[in-house]
Each structure stands twice: as structure tokens, then as C-alpha cells.
Design a protein around this ligand. Structure first.
Ligand code: PEP
Ligand code: MN
Length: 338
């Protein structure tokens, strides 16, 4: 299915190059988010992530800096020019998210239908994360709640599902990328950070996601993961992010070349040109038949034989063999219509 383009600030997502989204799991301070924003921007990130409202599994875990966190995110946005994405957990918080460009619905809220309805009634793009026990159909059904309100600026996100494998935090479902691409028109981004839960697997998963067709990659980046307040184990350092970014963009460019090659193998463009040429040919042929008819009428009025094989030979003498074959048929059709 053709992927629609969703604009996040001035960054288009969908059907083009894989867009890099990066930043800390959670905003910890103005200094932290601004430093990370500059670092990821210099490596090619186009959108800055940072959580201010954190729906944590454990009620005692850090819950985010809330309004202050969003203020720090705005400062980082103003300094770098990067559009931002942050998770919204309740529709009543919408006024606080005025300066946020992409509203994230977290995995735990994928089926929070009142939140989805409210996000459908406003027009900022929505990043809808797949619940970790949700099927593709359930994810798409959740997206319908947003669409029904009138907002079709939806981006889907694969962030790992729960399986029996404990080595990783969740299991990254690479199949989700091609599957959702064929089931829905929304762009899909991959979040290997929350899937793997380990920084050492982020690079291969980012590269695989890009090759599989992801329209974007979202990764958690921190300059001091050991002391990060949240999700340090899965956060990559800026250097590693730089490496990932470079290779993601290389694979993305390669993928685009392949896509455009396979498009030309479909002969789509060439077939359009043939159709156009055939329309011209049909119109010229009709015009020729009309002239032949007029000559036939005049000849009949003057009692001159209608068929003039000398004239036919004269016309054919100027032609190559292919055209001669075509014109012999044209003469026959003309005689039938005279
Ligand atoms: C996040 O992206 O900050 C997050 C909490 O992710 P998820 O909802 O996928 O767990
Ligand atoms: Mn996180």
C-alpha cells in the first residue's frame, strides 16, 4: 500500500528516507536535554524525543518532570530547531503539549480509547505505539479511533512484543514493518530501544528495521547512560548513535534506489508513455481516414477510379519495411471506409 506522508514540524515521514528520531528516555534537566539535542542533531537526527510524563510499570519509579520537562524540551527545540516528540498520557494534558510537534501514545496506552478519541479531535500528528500484547489488527483498530475524529496524521510504531524470551526486554517484531506497510497507509517507525532493552542490540536492529522498510527509527540516546534516570541500559552513547545514523542513512539510500528500480521494472512510467502515444496515433489515424473519405467522395463525383495504386506506391516508396507493412493495412482499412 502506498505510504502517506505525515509532517512532523518541517520533517516529512513516510515513503522517503528513514528519519532518525533520538533523545533521552526521559528529560532530566535543561542541560541534559539541550546537550543531547545538539549531539544527536550533529549526527543526523531530525526529530528530538524526550519523555516528560512517564507511564512506569513500577509506581515508585521516576514519573517524569511533567510541565517543567516539556519546558526544557521547548528550550532544546528552540536552540536546535529540531521538532519534538513526547508522550501524552491523558487528554487533559493537551494544553501543555502545545509546543510538542508529535504526540506519542505509549504502548501501555494503545487501547486508552478516550485518549485516542481526544487526539483524533486535534490535528497534531500522533505516534501510536503498538501495545506489547497487541496484534497488527488491534493496533490498526486503535488507529481508527484517531482517524474517526478527523485526524489522519498517524504514525505507527513497533516497539517490541512480549514473548517467552527473557534475554531481551521484549522481542522486536521485524515482521510488523512489512506487514503494517501492506495493511495500512500510515508510516511506520521502529523503536528497538524499548524492544531490546539493551544498548548492544540497538545498532543491528536499527539497520534491520531500515532494510525492512521502516520510515523512521527512534532510539534512546544518553551521554551518561550509567547515570540515566530512566532506561540507561538501552540508551546508546552519542558516538554509537552517530555510527548507527550513518549506516541507517546508507541503507535507506540503497533501499530507495531499489524501490525506484523495481518501480521501473513495473513499466509503470513507460506504459503511461505508450498509452499517450497510442492516443496520438488513434487521433492521427482518424484524421487520415477522414481525409481519405473526402478524396473518395470527390473522385466519385468526377467519375475517377477511387483506388490509385501508383499513388500508394509513391507513399510506400518513402518508407522503411516496418512502416510499409503498417501502411498496406492502413490502405486496406481506408478502402473499406472510402
Ligand atoms: C517511550 O518511548 O518512552 C516509552 C515509554 O515507550 P513504550 O510506550 O513503547 O514502552
Ligand atoms: Mn524509555
Amino acid at each position: 500500500m502506498k505510504t502517506r506522508i505525515v509532517n512532523v514540524g518541517n520533517v516529512p515521514i513516510g515513503g522517503g528516507d528513514t528519519v532518525l528520531i533520538a533523545g533521552p528516555c526521559t528529560i532530566e534537566s535543561e542541560e541534559q536535554i539541550c546537550t543531547i539535542a545538539e549531539l544527536v542533531k550533529s549526527s543526523g537526527a531530525k526529530i528530538l524525543r524526550g519523555g516528560a510524563f512517564k507511564p512506569r510499570t513500577n509506581a515508585d519509579s521516576f514519573q517524569g518532570l511533567h510541565e517543567q520537562g516539556l519546558e526544557f524540551l521547548s528550550i532544546a527545540k528552540a536552540k536546535t530547531g529540531l521538532p519534538t516528540v513526547s508522550e501524552i498520557t491523558d487528554a487533559s494534558l493537551l494544553p501543555l503539549f502545545e509546543d510538542v510537534d508529535l504526540l506519542q501514545v505509549g504502548a501501555r496506552n494503545m487501547q486508552n480509547y478516550e485518549l485516542l478519541k481526544a487526539l483524533g479531535r486535534q490535528n497534531k500528528p500522533v505516534l501510536l505505539k503498538r501495545g506489547f500484547a497487541a496484534t497488527y489488527d488491534e493496533l490498526l483498530s486503535a488507529s481508527e479511533y484517531i482517524k474517526k475524529g478527523g485526524n489522519e496524521n498517524i504514525i505507527l510504531c513497533e516497539r517490541g512484543i512480549r514473548t517467552f524470551e527473557p534475554y531481551t526486554r521484549y522481542t522486536f517484531d521485524i515482521s510488523a514493518i512489512p506487514a503494517l506497510k501492506s495493511m495500512a497507509e500510515y508510516p511506520i517507525i521502529a523503536d528497538p530501544s524499548h524492544a531490546a532493552g539493551r544498548y548492544d542490540m540497538i545498532k543491528p536492529l536499527c539497520l534491520a528495521s531500515t532494510a525492512a522498510g521502516a520510515d523512521g527509527i527512534m532510539t534512546e540516546v544518553h551521554y551518561a547512560p550509567e547515570s540515566a534516570v530512566c532506561d540507561g541500559r538501552q540508551s546508546v552513547k552519542p558516538n554509537l548513535f552517530g555510527e548507527i545514523a550513518g549506516q541507517v542513512l546508507e541503507i535507506s539510500a540503497l533501499r530507495r534506489v531499489n524501490e525506484s528500480n523495481s518501480k521501473s521494472e513495473d513499466f509503470g512510467e513507460l506504459r503511461k508513455m505508450i498509452d499517450e502515444a497510442d492516443r496520438e496515433l488513434a487521433s492521427v489515424f482518424a484524421k487520415r481516414l477522414d481525409i481519405v473519405k473526402q478524396i473518395g467522395q470527390i473522385k466519385r463525383m468526377k467519375n475517377i477510379p477511387v483506388t490509385d495504386s501508383e499513388r500508394e506506391n509513391e507513399i510506400l516508396s518513402k518508407m522503411d519495411d516496418n512502416l510499409k507493412r503498417l501502411y498496406r493495412t492502413i490502405f486496406e482499412i481506408s478502402k473499406d471506409n472510402e
